[in-house]
Design a protein around this ligand. Sequence first.
Ligand code: 3H9
Length: 698
Amino acid sequence: MNAVVKLERHGDIGIVTVDSPPVNALSAAVRGGIFDCMKEAIADSSIKAIVLTCGGRTFIAGADITEFGKPPKPPGLQEVLVAMENSPKPIVAAIHGTALGGGLEVALACHYRVAVKEAKLGLPEVKLGLLPGAGGTQRLPRAVGPEMAVKMIVTGDPIGAAEALKSGLIEEIVEGPASGGEAFARKLIAEKRPLRKLRDDDSKLAAAKADISIFTNAVAALTKKARGLEAPFAAADAVRAAIELPFDEGLKKEREGFLKLVTSDQSKAQRYAFFAEREASKIAGVPDGTKPRKVERVAVLGAGTMGGGIAMSFANAGIPVTLIETSDEALKRGMGVMQKNWEATAARGGIPADAPAKRMALIDGKVGIENVKDADLIIEAVFETMAVKKEVFGKLDQFAKPGAVLASNTSYLNIDEIAKETKRPQDVLGMHFFSPANVMKLCEIVRAAKTAPDALTTAVAISRKIAKVPAVVGVCDGFVGNRMLAQRGKQSEKLLFEGALPQQVDAVVTKFGMPMGPFAMSDLAGLDIGWRSRKDRGIKSEIADALCEAGRFGQKTGKGYYKYEGGSRSPLPDPDVEKLIDETLQELGKKRRNVSDDEILERMMYPMINEGARILEEGIAARPSDIDVIWLYGYGWPIYRGGPMYWADSVGLKHIADRLSYYAKETNDPSLEPCALLKKLAAAGSTFASLAAPSKAA
Ligand code: 3H9
């Protein structure tokens, strides 16, 4: 018994309850408490069976991540689990909330498991760059079979109670965890059921033992998308050991893999990202306890690609949406696209077959802006010009109910100016979703000068509710993400004028781990938009202009910086583009030079870091980790590199500042000079991390 774990006696059943908010993580105190309570219950002759359950919102959600990297404190989790598994009395894990990581491993060391129907069970360690390190890779395959186990372990995605029951991971679905666990324990005693130790049960391994290709094929399919990551492969190897080695040797192999990963740079970066994501929900300068406003209905203005994606995100979370267009035709088109998207996901098995109809039923399509009147949150996703936005917000002021939060999905426009069109600037903010909005997780929440604290907390809370990752930013052109991206865009364009080819630049960026290079991305977005805007502003970009003049607008015309054959989306290098670049450079009297991959990487990344530092200097982002979150979830920054500011610290700020100064002179571009903050940190041998509260994952 200690402050976080207690043992109670309900007749001949011992109830061990863990109560360590917020998520009952397996801190040293929790491990010690479970160990002592189990020992006491086992020694107590009046107790015939033991139930392990948790107080608060969840069963144990895993090891305490803040303890990784620090000197281990006894008892180790393995030691606790061995004592439980060897108990002569049956132990039942009674699960509610999320049994994750070490939490599920504790449950797997129990002899039986029951769960409430809302419970989720999983081994998400790979998402932290780890593998399950307390027997999960050995016991889960024995519980559910190696194919399903490796899927759960390599993807890290949890399963629900119904699937857990079907697969044999739990014995029963119960009403309440503690009462259900107790009733189940009584049944065990009455029926004199034997102890079930997963370690001794190889029955579900037989098929894979006979033919390992069952397993290796499953792994090959699962790791296809794990480019650059170490943990999914190491985790699959550990599961393979469950098939090929005796239990204890498998455990040893798992331990070795875990210890290697826990000290790896990748896992450190992924653990940093875990806490950065949670930190980003804490809004600097908002009084503690500021309650979000109630949001029961959302209105989305515009059923185009962005508006449709945003509406889908809300419906996916069960929130009713009024989707508003200016004509029946546009509305019908938008609704049709949503329906098709959901049906395609259902056909792939991504959502249940009846989900498309259920989700469409949550979307109420309407023509006319006056239909915003019932919404608690209104998000406009109309045409991206200031004049149109101003007109829309002027009208919203007339029709929106008092207290409704009025959000613009603009990706760069000034929210303060937009807010002036209303008599309620305190309710106005930006909610910048990323395309495709139903898939991308980031929502940049733009705080304008007069935005009220509770409007901000509303936007943050609702973003989390629809499974987005919110990050609060200030008003500036392009906010955080696109403002930094513009620096990369400038450099990628310049590199073409110096001799690099689109495919060379893109290859460096994708090798680094980004999902796409700048030129493939431009082809996807369409080159004609920038071309038209340059023409309007009287600006030239000779290579991009020449491509557009040749009708190469990107993927939509089958040709851009690359060619796309037979309607494919795969970019293929095109000799015609190289010729066009050569000719353009000749006309400009420029010579191509050999640009190294190292130079490309530095010029792609360092100017973005410099802009990130300027963003911090100006207070547009409150913390370097917020910038990292924006890049991780809005732009596909590789999670194992933590985010641009985290990565910059690992490279060394002095090196980055020196190289920026070098390129500023070499390319005659004073804007590349390191900003004051970067210079200061570099001179002090310091880091961006030093600007923030110390990370929990230190
Ligand atoms: C593992 O188990 C390794 C083992 O195999 C081997 C061991 C030998 N530790 O997310 P929330 C904090 S690896 C410490 O906002 P939600 C979190 O930082 C672990 N702290 O709540 C936050 O703090 P704050 C495998 C943790 O309701 C607060 O709890 N397990 C941990 O949206 C609330 O979190 C995982 O990877 C932790 N394990 O979601 C599960 N978990 O309020 C990780 C949370 O100060 N956790 N905190 O910002 C989750 O996925 C979600 O937190 C969960 C709740 C779904 C549980």
